[in-house]
Design a protein around this ligand. Sequence first.
Ligand SMILES: [Zn+2]
Length: 172
Amino acid sequence: MTENASTATGFDDLLEANRTYAATDFTTGGFDGIAHAGVAIVTCMDSRIDPLRLVGLSPGDAKIFRNPGGRVTSNALEALVLGVHLLGVKRILIVPHTRCAMASHTEAELRERVGASAGQDASWQGFHVIDDQREALLADVRAVRSHPLIGDQVAVGGFMYDVDTGLLDRIV
Ligand SMILES: [Zn+2]
């Protein structure tokens, strides 16, 4: 492996924190992989979002699927099908959020910023930017509700998470 930023920085601080976590806060040893609260959440990778705690849940309670923008991609649907049929999911929350980078930049802008950071051409990299978050959320909820293996078997809701108040607003 060549020496670069990711190898040079190291992970010692995180591994140290992990040992503390395993010795103190870790509570799910021996748990199965079932979503014990029957909940699945699709949300953004944004670091301001704590998907379990914002709905009062804890590890072991829910299946969490995250990507840029909190979109229902084919991969998200795959996760939800598994969640519903094998992992106890009865309620699905689709949760995009305010001030999301994926909804406030064009694809060209993201490519330009990434290219500047990388010091090389990034025009080949796709970014699934969101023109209209509300429309995207409605479409995503429809995609889940109309999926033949998910459909009417579970409750599906679309919510906007406000990263400045911590509140969920039900949209659909
Ligand atoms: Zn986001």
